[in-house]
Design a protein around this ligand. Structure first.
Ligand SMILES: [Fe+2]
Length: 165
């Protein structure tokens, strides 16, 4: 199996339903008071914007995945989910803007993923989409440990499948 850390970012392409573009979606998020702190703390230099940075990461990673042995399954590892579906349970849908990129939506199938592992949403669980297992395995923040305890087990089993999420 090819284990591939992807290092993708977000590019504001997970737009709320009925919203035309990223500018309108950002304005909506601001009005709702749901703006990710990455917007202030994550500097895109040397790229002009975080979306440009994401675009560059998508291109670089896609080229490397395309060069992998097509007979070999992959394990795709990313900070953000690769598909939008995991964000559907977010209480504030405006926050999906900061949760990934639509550019990776078909990668799990296209690049033969046996599983996708991510953590950004801090909602530990396993879902399936297009026959691919997507496993969220966040470590969480100390303030979350005070509420729910640390992940148990701390190390999550990805293979063989069937362990606790
Ligand atoms: Fe994150």
């Amino acid at each position: 199996m090819t284990i591939a850390p992807l290092f993708l970012l977000y590019d504001y392409s997970f737009l709320p339903p009925g919203v035309a573009d990223a500018g309108a979606a950002l304005a909506l998020a601001e009005t709702a008071g749901v703006v990710c702190s990455d917007e202030f703390l994550l500097h895109p230099d040397p790229y002009p914007t975080r979306a440009d940075w994401c675009l560059a990461r998508v291109a670089a990673t896609e080229a490397r995945l395309a060069a992998c042995d097509p007979a070999m399954p992959t394990l795709l590892v990313n900070h953000f989910p690769l598909i939008r579906k995991p964000t559907e349970v977010l209480r504030h849908q405006e926050f999906a803007l900061w949760c990934g990129t639509a550019a990776s939506a078909d990668w799990p199938v296209r690049y033969r993923a046996s599983a996708v592992v991510y953590g950004h949403l801090h909602i530990p669980r396993t879902i399936h989409a297009d026959g691919v297992r997507h496993q969220e395995v966040p470590l969480g923040y100390p303030r979350e440990w005070q509420h729910w305890g640390k992940p148990d087990p701390l190390l999550r089993e990805v293979f063989p499948a069937g362990g606790r999420p």
